[in-house]
Design a protein around this ligand. Structure first.
Ligand code: SF4
Length: 324
């Protein structure tokens, strides 16, 4: 614990002393280093997206892992598709997505288009996510559910993770998604309890998020639940430990940790660049607390191939065991 606290406070001082330009250069360098490794499959998936009017989070969020995930070897290719447009009704301080109180209406035909496109690509694991749609009576739960069930009808083998909103804590919406036949229910708490207001939209909340994860798991014991924490926004170690314990207490099995990178000067600042050994530390501590898998690294995002590969194998094992 001592080395952790010591290195954190030193790092904080270094970050505080950095000029805006130095921070920007550093962030751009991190993006470039991974984007430089794009593989041919990435181009193939990107091309087939063009005609379909679909949005991928991988691109919208300028995710540095895009080449690795989309360019996966056979049997490991994944992608993250964003449903219900590119405009969110919330305004989290770390997020680069466009926001509006009244985004354009959703494309009612999107569930079919997405399902057909994904089954054509032959992906093994797909993450469906969305902007938050507080303007829709069901928060978009029905749209999610239609997409998932249509995709499962077309290809029962593809594993589906839905990274969803908190639906303002509405249990009926959570149930609609869970009942659609997905494999992994993901919802991110994003940060520790104390920093929720600083980091997330005021309509989000730590307890509300935990409750939706708990409710989802209570509906289907075979459902894998997953969450994610961004590091480098001012959290303290004991608060991270508490968040991990809280997630375990509501049955969450998969956890990811990644570094917060500021998308623009208008967004919340980076409080700290967390050192590499600290990511290893959280992985060890998380697995010791009972998470089945913890993906932890500066460039890990809530949707991340290494995690998805692990979950996929875990689901196969469980299905085999259940069938035996
Ligand atoms: S709810 Fe999600 S998409 Fe919307 S602003 Fe917050 S992080 Fe971004």
């Amino acid at each position: 614990m001592d080395f952790v606290a010591g290195s954190s406070s030193q790092q904080r001082e270094e970050v505080a002393a950095e000029t805006g330009a130095a921070v920007k250069n550093r962030e751009e360098e991190m993006h470039r280093s991974v984007l430089g490794q794009l593989k041919p499959d990435y181009v193939k998936v990107k091309e087939s997206l063009k005609g379909l009017n679909l949005t991928t989070v991988c691109e919208e969020a300028k995710c540095p892992n895009i080449g690795e995930c989309w360019g996966g070897l056979e049997g490991t290719a994944t992608a993250t598709i964003m449903l219900m447009g590119d405009t969110c009704t919330r305004g989290c301080k770390f997020c680069h997505i466009k926001t509006s109180r009244a985004p354009p209406p959703v494309d009612e035909d999107e569930p079919r288009k997405v399902a057909e496109a994904i089954s054509k690509w032959g992906l093994d694991y797909v993450v469906l996510t969305s902007v938050d749609r507080d303007d829709m009576p069901d928060g978009g739960a029905g749209h999610f559910a239609r997409t998932i069930s249509t995709l499962k009808d077309l290809n029962s083998k593809v594993k589906i993770e839905a990274l969803v909103s908190d639906f303002q804590g509405n249990e009926a919406c959570v149930k609609t998604v869970v009942d659609s036949g997905l494999d992994v229910y993901a919802h991110n708490i994003e940060t520790v309890e104390r920093l929720q207001g600083r980091v997330r939209d005021h309509r989000a909340g730590y307890k509300q998020s935990l409750k939706t994860l708990e409710y989802a798991k209570s509906l289907r014991q075979d459902l894998v639940t997953k969450s994610s924490i961004m590091l480098g926004v001012g959290e303290k170690d004991e608060e991270v430990f508490q968040a991990m314990r809280d997630l375990r207490s509501v049955g969450v099995e998969i956890l990811t940790f990644g570094q917060y990178l500021r998308p623009s000067r208008r967004h919340m600042r980076v409080y700290e660049y967390v050192p590499m050994d600290k990511y290893d530390y959280w992985k060890r501590e998380g697995e010791a607390l009972g998470f089945a898998f913890v993906a932890s690294g500066p460039l890990v995002r809530s949707s991340y191939k290494a995690g998805e590969f692990f979950i996929s194998a875990m689901l196969n094992e469980r299905r085999k065991a259940a069938a035996a």
